[in-house]
Design a protein around this ligand. Structure first.
Ligand SMILES: [Ca+2]
Length: 358
């Protein structure tokens, strides 16, 4: 145990001691988020909270890992020997590859919503709002993002911090970066961001835990999103999205404010369609608003609640058990998909937010 502690201390010193030599220029420069959601996954209610670490010899000797170490050392001023020592402690985890093969977003809406819109999650959200009223009010006034949406996102992502994931982030990102060719480049990039954030924040790289896709803490930020957009909500100089609700709240609000959230604007409404109206060709996959609401109304697709003005909208189709249900989504629903691309995710987060009024 002592040797493990000494090893980790050495790793921290090595990583942290290099900070001045980094050549990366991306820190704190927000960029458009197209194609790069905050999260790698969403986490429904699960009973297991124990950490899932595969045992293994470490992956430092793999040629692809050595090539990666060489590349990020040159680019960011890491010490390659120190990184090899880190990767000697990193484990490849088959459970992560198995989890990637079964995304929740592949389910139909009527199954998906049962996982996320539970009584426990609604109640948890009402309690979270009460406990964090000041931090939520501060974030809403600073970033212009509704408290109920911030709370719902943290609720859907991690059950308000109760389920931030069961994997060491470094194991998850390494397993996917070197064992999931379909998106290997993306996950290796996130792994580099993760090592940089550990160096920047003075964190032990074996400490942070997250989802099987490497999404971290209460808001399930990927490392690149953390580096660009995580915020220090309570002003203590640290961005602790794992344990500090004020930091998680401010980070989610900042993320939305940088990704097209319109303060006070509508999010979505359910819609009814007139008999015989051919709407199939109008259904949007991206949820990006593509025509004014008035055009939908002219065609015979009308909102079931009053909407002020004629904001641009996208037609959303969800599968209920009884058949298709139509929604009109506005810019703010699209902004939620900047956090996670799934339309099901966006509608679930919105539906949860509506239920958080005590
Ligand atoms: Ca803080």
């Amino acid at each position: 145990m002592l040797s493990r502690l000494l090893f980790l201390s050495a790793v921290l010193l090595i990583l942290h001691g290099c900070a001045g030599r980094g050549t990366d220029g991306t820190t704190a420069k927000p960029k458009p988020e197209a194609g790069s959601p905050a999260t790698g996954s969403v986490t429904p209610d699960k009973s297991s909270t124990s950490l899932n670490i595969a045992s293994g010899p470490g992956i430092a000797e793999r040629p692809d890992v050595q090539a990666f170490i060489g590349e990020i050392s040159r680019k960011h001023g890491f010490d390659p020997k120190a990184l090899s020592k880190v990767f000697a402690g990193v484990n490849f985890n088959q459970a992560i590859l198995a989890a990637m093969a079964k995304p929740y977003e592949a389910k139909p809406w009527y199954s998906y919503k049962k996982l996320f819109l539970t009584d426990a999650r609604v109640q948890g959200g009402i309690e979270f709002k009460q406990k964090n009223a000041q931090a939520l009010a501060d974030a809403e006034s600073k970033y212009g993002v509704s408290q109920n949406i911030i709370t719902a996102i943290i609720g859907v992502e991690s059950s308000y911090g109760k389920r931030p994931g069961n994997y060491r982030v470094i194991d998850a990102l390494s397993t996917l970066g070197f064992g999931y060719p379909k998106r290997g480049e993306y996950f290796r990039s996130e792994l580099a961001h993760f090592l940089l954030l550990c160096r920047d924040e003075g964190m032990d790289p074996f400490q942070p835990i997250g989802s099987y896709a490497g999404a971290m803490g209460m808001p399930q930020f990927m490392p690149s999103s953390f580096r660009r957009l995580a915020a220090d909500g309570d002003g203590d100089g640290k961005r602790d999205i794992w344990n500090n609700p004020a930091d998680a709240i401010a980070s989610v609000a900042r993320y939305f404010s940088q990704n097209g959230w319109q303060t006070g604007a509508p999010i979505a409404v359910s819609a009814k369609v007139g008999e015989g109206v051919a709407y199939q060709g109008l259904v949007s996959k991206s949820l990006k608003p593509d025509r004014p609401l008035s055009q939908f109304v002219d065609i015979g697709i009308t909102p079931e609640e009053a909407v002020t003005g004629s904001p641009w909208a996208a037609l959303v189709k969800l599968e209920e058990e009884s058949g298709p249900a139509l929604w009109l989504g506005f810019q703010n629903l699209y902004a939620i998909t900047r956090y996670n691309h799934s339309p099901l995710y966006a509608v679930a987060a919105y539906e949860l937010s509506k239920r958080l009024v005590p």
